[in-house]
Ligand binder design. Structure first.
Ligand SMILES: Cc1ncc(COP(=O)(O)O)c(C=O)c1O
Length: 473
């Protein structure tokens, strides 16, 4: 599968990943990628393709390349073009998209003056009206049995909607019956490890969320830290230093918290390791939708759905308060996870699941993510500008994606800067907060700065306060 997943087609109102890594001309590669997407059902019949200009800009190719590729695919019968309705996937171009059957960090009430801790989606942007509309539609359409005891695997409507969305936007290969709905990533970890579906030792990244490590430790799972470098986790250590690991927990799209994607060669290497050793990869795709450069990174799961447990949730995209997430599982693990979940749906409210299904199918989710991406991008630009002006010695990293950035500090200064920030009313974390206690790689001082939380009117003051405590050069 793709080494180079490219393109976010902003203007059609939907994300689209295309792999242009094939040999030959750009036009031929684009045609091949579009045919593959249609053939595999990732692009469903009737789906509108992005206009030439926006796809060309996203892919970094000439406009004519896109126009020629579209024209040839129309001639071949894969696409149709009609005045006024743009270019669409032909109705009988390929197999139906799987699952397209028509229906058919805690809220902070009291806190510091400026909250730049990472972790929470912008609570003030929760799409109240759209969510309420989706909820109303979902309740009206729901059959009576939806209000009985829930299926622990989750509502089929949501699993179908996710199958389509995850294939299209994240390159995930699945079917509805391989998805189990859960209440978020933390719940997925508990189901997998408390539920004894997977066993340790578990390789983890040397920097990660301590909360997740605590869940694993409480489940009696030994974690083995993998070194991180500019290409992400050194997965080669799975066959050396961490060779006892039976599974690996990774954040491949956007290493949490340091920020880079897992290098293409390492994506392949970790899948090869899992195949050779009978290992499993747990893929935490916590903010995969929020990528700002031209190279959105598809899920590792697409490389081998039998070796990856892919986990996502709405915590970054909508709100952590909803407690809704999904696990995409190798076929053989579905039954075990459902058993671990218990006989009745005890976690994710069924009406919420139906509302999310409607939110996805109606396009509201895509629209919301696109709006939020622009908003976070604007926030990030302001952070970068403020630092360039007022603390030019501080390098900003990890900004190609996500809702936080990492500010690199001179060696030995992290603790004092975090302390000074706290005195100045600015809450943020140093990188050390995220370090695995047994990590052996050298620590590079830095701050993890979340830019999604402060309200618009407070953000400027938060940036001023932040710059005020940073070393000036
Ligand atoms: C690294 C990481 N993984 C996963 C999540 C999502 O967690 P949950 O789905 O349990 O809210 C978060 C936070 O939103 C996170 O920071």
């Amino acid at each position: 599968m793709a080494d180079s997943w490219v393109n976010s087609a902003e203007r059609i109102g939907a994300d689209l990943h295309l792999d242009l890594s094939g040999a030959g001309s750009r036009r031929a590669a684009l045609m091949g990628a579009l045919r593959d997407a249609v053939r595999s059902g990732r692009l469903a019949p009737g789906t509108r393709l992005p206009p030439y200009r926006s796809l060309a800009a996203d892919l970094g190719v000439a406009r004519n390349t896109v126009a020629d590729a579209y024209a040839e695919l129309v001639a071949e019968g894969w696409l149709t073009a009609r005045q006024g309705s743009g270019t669409r996937v032909a109705e009988r171009a390929g197999p139906p998209a799987p699952g397209r059957t028509p229906k058919k960090g805690p809220a902070r009430t009291h806190g510091p003056r400026h909250d730049l801790r990472q972790g929470t989606a912008d609570a003030s942007s929760f799409p109240r009206a759209e969510w309420a509309a989706a909820y109303r539609r979902a309740l009206q359409a729901a059959p009576n049995e939806a209000f009985g005891p829930g299926d622990p695997q989750g509502r089929v409507e949501l699993r179908e909607a996710l199958t389509e969305y995850l294939a299209r936007a994240r390159g995930v290969r699945t079917e509805p019956d391989r998805i189990v709905i859960c209440s978020g990533f933390a719940h997925a970890l508990r189901l997998l490890f408390d539920g004894r579906v997977l066993r340790g030792p578990l390789a983890v990244e040397s920097y990660g969320l301590d909360f997740h490590r605590e869940i694993l430790t409480a489940a009696g799972v030994r974690t083995l830290p993998l070194t991180l470098d500019e290409h992400g986790a050194r997965v080669g250590e799975l066959t050396a230093g961490a060779s006892r690991a039976r599974a690996a927990l990774l954040t491949p799209a956007h290493q949490f918290p340091t920020g880079g994607p897992l290098h293409a060669e390492r994506r392949t290497a970790v899948v090869d390791w899992a195949r050779a050793r009978g290992g499993l990869i747990v893929e935490d795709d916590y903010d995969g939708e929020f990528r700002y450069d031209r190279r959105p990174v598809g899920a590792v799961q697409g490389l081998d759905p039998e070796r990856v447990v892919y986990v996502g949730s709405v915590s970054k995209s909508l709100s952590p308060a909803l407690r809704l997430g999904w696990m995409v599982l190798p076929q053989g693990l579905v039954g075990d996870v459902v058993v671990a979940k218990g006989e009745r749906e005890a976690w994710a409210s069924v009406p919420d699941q139906l509302a999310l299904a409607d939110f996805l199918v109606s396009g509201s989710y895509d629209r919301h993510v696109r709006r939020m991406r622009q908003r976070y991008r604007g926030r990030q630009d302001r952070l970068v500008e403020a630092l360039a002006e007022r603390a030019p010695g501080v390098a900003v990293t990890g900004i190609a994606a996500g809702l936080h950035a990492v500010l690199r500090l001179p060696p030995g200064t992290e603790r004092s800067v975090v302390k000074a920030a706290a005195w100045g009313g600015v809450a943020l974390d140093g990188l050390a907060e995220f370090r695995h206690p047994e990590a052996t790689m050298p620590h590079a001082d830095g701050l993890v700065v979340g830019y999604s939380t402060p309200s618009d009117h407070a953000y400027g003051a938060a940036l001023d306060a932040l710059c005020g405590v940073l070393p000036p050069d």
